[in-house]
Design a protein. Structure first.
Length: 334
């Protein structure tokens, strides 16, 4: 039944548009004032699998069953405080808004039911000819527009928050044509097959910002003891400086969309260029968010002062092409 429904939707869109270049299709700009891969990440995509299971438009794993939008995430909960602006992806008229929903983890302390308010604080903008965009999980008190207001492309409408049904700070950005969910990475008439060039809705200026990444390293940090993943996700382990008297030096990282068989290496390098700690792991299962660390206990009176480098590298041999991702960060010990 699900396959039949998805097929009917695709056929209806094909009949409506004839081609993905038909008139009336909005050209979108990236809806967040951030730099993907640096201070925000495209975390999950529209589920393009018409049956049970989930896949993104490249046949990758960055989606989940029934997901109808694009999630643009921040590194941790603390990042909300800097005020990351959400903007209108295209000009249009504000259909509706919601504000006043508190920012908190959906299943965290003090969590309450969000039935009927899963989007949290949000904005819906009509772009004409049946097109609409939705912006969910906005920061409480940040919505800057009102119903009936005309907005320009790129106009600030709110900030990324943690409202509604969410367990991490992000914008859920959804595009619809009538009742049909549209993947902005493929356009209104998705091409047959995964990873086949379609007609994405993104403007030429935002093609690089929206380039697909099969896996991301989006947090790197250091701690003085074995860290908890929850503390990293909360932004509590983001110190740039550690004391030379620390009982241990531990390098940690968080990645998005790892796969079974990926080879992950974490290395902590001293100011003299020597390896303080190193781990090499073959990952055992697919995970949308993965946390890992390596470290070494203090054995002398203190750690040498200076800049320590944390190196993280992931290699995925499976697939064509293979994937190699690396990142590093400097932590000062004094």
């Amino acid at each position: 039944m699900m396959r039949s429904s998805a097929g009917a939707t695709a056929l209806a869109l094909l009949l409506l548009f004839g081609s993905a270049n038909a008139g009336g299709v909005p050209e979108l700009r990236f809806p967040v004032d951030c730099t993907p891969g640096e201070d925000c990440w495209i975390y999950q995509y529209v589920d393009t699998d018409p049956g049970p299971g989930a896949r993104d438009y490249t046949c990758g794993l960055r989606s989940y069953e029934g997901h109808k939008g694009t999630d643009i995430a921040l590194a941790d909960l603390k990042s909300i405080e800097r005020g990351v602006t959400v903007v209108a992806a295209a000009e249009g008229k504000v259909r509706s808004i919601r504000d006043g929903v508190p920012d908190r983890l959906h299943d965290g302390p003090g969590a309450t039911s969000v039935e009927g308010r899963e989007c949290g604080n949000g904005v819906a903008i009509q772009h004409g000819d049946g097109w609409e965009s939705m912006y969910c999980h906005l920061r409480n008190g940040s919505v800057r527009v009102r119903p009936g207001e005309q907005v320009d492309q790129g106009q600030p409408i709110g900030e990324i928050g943690l409202s509604g049904m969410t367990q991490f700070p992000h914008l859920h950005f959804a595009v619809r044509y009538g009742e049909a969910a549209i993947d902005p990475f493929t356009g209104p008439v998705p091409p047959e097959g995964c990873g086949v060039p379609g007609a994405p809705l993104w403007s030429d200026a935002d093609r690089e910002a929206t380039r697909y990444s099969p896996v991301d390293i989006y947090q790197i940090g250091a701690a003085v003891e074995a860290p908890e993943a929850a503390a990293a996700y909360a932004g509590e382990l983001d110190a740039d400086t550690l004391p030379s008297s620390a009982p241990a030096l531990v390098a940690w990282t968080t990645l998005a969309a790892v796969r079974a068989g990926d080879q992950l290496t974490i290395r902590l390098v001293s100011p003299a260029g020597e390896t303080v700690a190193k781990s090499e792991t073959i990952l055992e299962k697919n995970q949308i968010r993965y946390f890992a660390y390596t470290g070494r206990r203090l054995t002398g009176p203190s750690w040498p002062s200076g800049d320590y480098r944390i190196e993280v590298a992931l290699v995925r041999e499976a697939g064509d092409p293979s994937v190699r991702k690396s990142a590093d960060r400097i932590i000062t010990v004094r």
